[in-house]
Design a protein around this ligand. Structure first.
Ligand code: FRU
Length: 488
């Protein structure tokens, strides 16, 4: 400081508050996402093997059912759980989104019901039936979540209650619920009782069916092995534990433009760093979607911003977030700031989950080609893939893994062959076979095919598990294991 007067101290920059309940939110910036390799640069490090055949009919993960998002019963500390039989034999459990395979694949999201299967080797699965065979199930259908086996033998299932219906108590077996749900999709039933999506191959939107998503928890049961079968004894108790608040997380009403919002896919765990229980989830940034704009911190550093081309007005309609909530007292949950947002980069950061390794926190999620924001060749770089980041704590200053965050991509000649990746301990990564049968065509072709063809091009079953090696800030695909394998 120069002449005279009291020196003005230079204010110390305030460090970002990276405690789990802190205010720091990392960004998946446009600058980072544009580092995803272009097609010609994608290598075997991330490119999955081509799916040329997959189990069909009775060989599927669940005979007579389509299966897609799937998760194993885990312990609170993120390990695969086992339910012990009286003779000590360990049983593994998987929970699946499922629907009768007479339903057209594109309509499955409108009817999704939780079923489970069990296994003594972690590879060959026996159908267990409905997870919630009776009682109150929230939502008109159930989307992805997670399941914990607690130390006292109690089971908790976190799931997405989607649709406004059935928020109040609905009694009766799920099979009855499924029939009611079919009835909910107005005008979409054929004479032979099959559900036909109204348009598009994904969500048959705006067909008299609601898309409000709430995070629900079901507990009150214990897992047991009875006559070589895993069963849940007791009565499931369901309640909604988290709703979008409109400030941190977008509500369905605020999703007034662009693609559908998300408030779903709860993934529960205990954070080893502080011993508290948290839920990660798929969300969007709070506020009216149509009013959002790309902010400098969404885009990248000053040099990158200086070189940016014109920003497409649809970019800020893509404002995906990975949400976080903490259990503040037994049964009481509170929303926290998002861990990561992707405004002007990507709309859907689906099924977020963690793997802890070498003192680092690895954050993984799935996203679709068409959910990247329209900027330059971003949508060509983006894939139906697994994406990941590494940080040194839960609310870390995350660094994209590999280049731009791409961990696994589908082969370029068959971009829609698989989806919904779940990285398990040891890097085993499960996925489901989506639509390998359309080869190089765009996903939108599916709904133009005759119904039998739509079923024929779809997998609706677990694919071969992949093993990835995770080290520092990179991953590499090392091997392909058995269908639905969760244990090395
Ligand atoms: C991913 C996903 C999930 C959602 C489910 C709905 O495959 O979009 O985010 O829970 O499918 O079917």
């Amino acid at each position: 400081c120069a002449l005279g007067g009291a020196p003005t101290p230079t204010p110390e920059p305030t460090p970002p508050d990276t405690r789990p309940e802190g205010t720091f939110t990392d960004r998946w910036t446009l600058q980072e996402a544009l580092q995803i390799p272009a097609d010609a640069e994608k290598t075997a490090q991330t490119t999955m093997p081509l799916i040329t055949s997959w189990p069909q009919g009775a060989q599927k993960t669940l005979p007579d059912q389509w299966v897609w998002d799937t998760w194993p019963l885990k312990t609170e500390d993120m390990q695969i759980a086992t339910v012990r039989a009286a003779d000590g034999t360990p049983y593994y459990v998987l929970v699946h989104l499922s629907v009768d395979d007479s339903v057209l694949p594109g309509a499955r999201h409108d009817l999704a019901t939780l079923r489970y299967s069990y296994s003594t080797d972690g590879r060959s699965w026996q159908p267990g039936g409905y997870l919630f065979p009776e009682g109150v199930v929230l939502g008109s259908r159930n989307w992805a979540g997670s399941a914990l086996l607690k130390a006292d033998g109690g089971v908790e299932v976190y799931y997405t209650a989607t649709g406004e219906r059935n928020e109040g108590p609905v009694q009766g077996p799920s099979s009855v619920l499924e029939r009611q749900q079919v009835g909910d999709v107005q005008g979409a039933l054929t004479a032979d009782g099959q559900l036909v999506p109204q348009s598009g191959s994904g969500f048959p939107n705006e067909g008299g069916i609601g898309f409000e998503q709430r995070i629900a928890l079901a507990d009150g049961v214990k897992a047991e092995v009875v006559n070589g079968r895993v069963v849940f004894s007791g009565t499931w108790k369901h309640r909604v534990i988290l709703r979008a608040d409109g400030t941190l997380y977008q509500t369905v009403a605020q999703s007034d433009a662009g693609p559908l919002y998300g408030f779903r896919d709860p993934w529960a765990f205990r954070n080893p760093a502080d011993g508290k229980r948290y839920v990660l989830f798929t969300g969007n940034m709070g506020g009216l979607k149509s009013q959002q704009t790309c902010q400098p911190e969404d885009l990248g550093d000053a040099a990158f911003r200086a070189g940016l081309g014109a920003l497409n007005a649809e970019m800020p309609l893509h404002n995906g977030a990975i949400g976080l909530a903490v259990e503040t007292a037994p049964g009481a949950w509170k929303l926290l700031n998002p861990l990561l947002t992707a405004r002007c980069v990507n709309q859907e950061l689906e099924r977020p989950h963690l793997v802890m390794k070498g003192g680092q926190v690895y954050l993984f999620f799935s996203s679709h080609i068409g959910k990247f924001a329209p900027y330059g060749d971003l949508r060509d770089r983006g894939e139906e893939g697994l994406y990941g980041f590494v940080g040194d704590s839960l609310r870390g200053d995350y660094t994209p893994l590999n280049r731009g965050g791409l961990v696994l991509n589908t082969p370029l000649t068959q971009r829609y062959q698989s989806y919904s990746y779940d990285v398990l301990p040891g890097g085993l990564t499960t996925l489901f076979v989506d639509v390998p049968g359309i080869g190089n065509q765009d996903i939108s072709v599916v709904s133009t095919l005759p119904p039998e063809q739509q079923r024929a091009v779809f997998g609706g079953t677990l694919g071969k598990t992949l093993r990835i090696d995770i080290s520092g800030s990179s991953t590499s695909l090392v091997s392909e294991l058995n269908y639905g394998q969760i244990i090395p």
